[in-house]
Design a binder for this molecule. Sequence first.
Ligand code: 13P
Length: 254
Amino acid sequence: MRIPMIAGNWKMNTTVSEAVELVNEMRPGLDEIANVDKVICPPFISLITVRELIKGSSIKLGAQNLYFEAKGAYTGEISPLMLADLCEFVIIGHSERRQYFNETGEIVNKKVKAALRAKLKPILCIGESPEENEAGRTEAVIAGQLRSSLAGIDFAADLIIAYEPIWAIGTGKAATGRQANKTTGFIRQNIAQLYNEDLAQKMRILYGGSVTADNAAEFINQPEIDGALVGGASLKAPQFLSIVKQTSEIKGRL
Ligand code: 13P
């Protein structure tokens, strides 16, 4: 019932010409794969160029961040209205933004609201730190992040959640499929409590953190996990293609 999704978060990588090269390398293969939402999230400055390159293909576009005001004197920021013209998705609350740019739950909440107002589909990132994980606080942290990120939002149909344990991001130390499935299931239960069971069953929840072509199947095979938010491996066309292809095959069978 839920369409699987693989989203590539390119983070602060690729110049515009490198982005062009990467998209040209991925586009033909990606375009052939059906039944998976294929989303690429390049840096802001490449969005216009990439949008032109993927026109007429089934590849979708996302941004990595936004500011919550619609317009005004906010030097250097990018507004939801600017993005709504260019792309369909926007990553919000990535742990790197929470950690390096002091994004609090309150800011993340404002950003999710602003994205939904502009008809952008937020990919809301949540996940626990290594210390929280070791202290057995994963579920408490996740529940708190969901409550604060979604406060005052009564219509969340377009929302996608990415569970990204911080200890698994860029470390090569991915969660196990079982661990990730358990927390993803917990997230779905929380959505059912915050909203309703119907929305919880419809909402796509992705896993992120050291996903590669070699371990993707372990996550995709889990019933609660609807796809992946891929960092490093999304910068290598053959890896990204392989992850998308495996997703189409595995979810097609389930
Ligand atoms: P890596 O896949 O490089 O671990 O990054 C995951 C991530 O943060 C995606 O948003």
